[in-house]
Design a protein around this ligand. Structure first.
Ligand code: ADP
Length: 347
């Protein structure tokens, strides 16, 4: 049997976790399809790990169900769920060799020695660890250790991979390399994956889908592109993107226009009258005189930062700071012109 023969849909239905004084996860439902990679993204404390741990069987849900391949596994022990897990701290056995660590899940299931050897060999080859099989974890670099932890999760050929911030302990350069490695490997193996991270770049670059959580509640579940281009609410809009999206507070008038202290503009969406926030991304701010009459922001306190390939230029309108990504730091007339006023949000 080849690694990755098994594929499975992971379904989470109305999953809820209450602690004595708080609710960590509120009635969360989502499906990760066969072979898909789903990133669970949100700030610290939003319920990501709790969700993952309930899927793994390490935490008992207060309510709701988890299905793998259509089978309700909510009551099953972790070892019976056919999942492979990779954590932030690699949790390798220090006294065992690389081969011993990778083969451990097979050994405790009484797999014949010859089969363990063959499967460990194959996984080690896949992960570029073949030359290191006799080493102990302390003789490895951080990236190599994380690869061993990956190998241990893969070797059993699980139906689902669960990752809990697996790259947080690595330096920036290695994180970039490893995130590509994990993604490539996951695609090769085609194993359905749930990947917890607070890093929007990881979620954006790795996920087929991103599930955005805040305060234990689902904010949006969509492709990275849709989450970025069409955020469902202000939280999602502000959580993804660097520099952060520009936001101006104002109100929707009876005419349907958006009005704030600095300008009035038409918006595409239909909104009821009342308080609202208009948002536009830094890459949609230019400095030239607008071709068509539109919003023109008179900014002061202009500050520009060279980031090598571009400038981040910021300016103030009233108390709001507006940022622009630009090829030039030459703001000219001191006007910022949003070329796309994509998003309008209610409180
Ligand atoms: P994240 O992984 O997004 O950082 P967690 O899932 O670890 O968030 O935690 C979600 C919320 O649940 C947090 O407010 C946290 O304080 C709370 N929490 C987690 N574990 C426990 C526990 N054993 N008892 C009480 N509260 C907990």
């Amino acid at each position: 049997q080849a690694i990755g023969d098994t594929m499975a849909t992971l379904s989470v239905d109305s999953l809820r976790k209450e602690y004595e004084d708080s609710t960590a996860v509120h009635d969360l439902s989502f499906d990760v399809k066969d072979g898909q990679f789903c990133a669970v993204l949100g700030p610290s404390g939003c319920g990501k790990s709790t969700t993952l741990r309930m899927v793994a069987g390490l935490e008992t849900p207060t309510a709701g169900h988890v299905y793998i391949d259509g089978v309700d596994v909510t009551e099953l022990a972790p070892g019976k769920r056919d999942i492979g897990m990779v954590f932030q701290n690699y949790a390798l056995y220090p006294h065992m060799t690389v081969a011993g660590n990778i083969g451990f899940p097979l050994k405790i299931r009484n797999t014949p020695k010859s089969e363990i050897g063959a499967r460990v060999g194959k996984v080690a080859e896949l992960l570029g660890l073949s030359a290191l099989l006799d080493r102990k974890p302390k003789q490895l670099s951080g990236g190599q250790r994380q690869r061993v932890a990956l190998g241990r999760a893969i070797v059993r050929e699980p139906k689902v991979f669960l990752f809990d911030e697996p790259l947080s302990n690595l330096d920036a350069r290695l994180r970039t390399d490893m995130r590509r490695e994990i993604r490539t490997l996951q695609q090769e193996l085609g194993v359905t994956s749930l990947y917890v991270t607070h890093d929007q770049v990881e979620a954006m670059t790795m996920g087929d889908k991103i599930l955005v959580l805040n305060d234990g509640r689902l904010q949006q579940f969509d492709t990275p592109k849709n989450v970025y281009d069409h955020p469902k609410n202000l939280f999602v809009a502000q959580f993804l993107g660097s520099p952060t999206i520009n936001v101006v507070e104002g109100e929707i008038l009876a005419s349907g226009e958006f009005k704030c202290d600095y300008f009035v503009t038409e918006i595409d969406e239909n909104f009821q009258e009342g308080r609202a926030w208009l948002a536009f991304r830094p890459e949609h701010v230019e400095f030239h005189e607008p071709m068509i009459p539109c919003v023109r922001l008179a900014v002061d306190n202009i500050l520009s930062e060279l980031h090598g390939h571009e400038y981040i230029v910021q300016g103030n309108i009233g108390s709001a700071t507006i940022q622009s990504r630009s090829n030039s730091s030459d703001v000219g007339q001191h006007w910022f012109v949003p070329t796309k006023l994509l998003h309008c949000f209610r409180g």
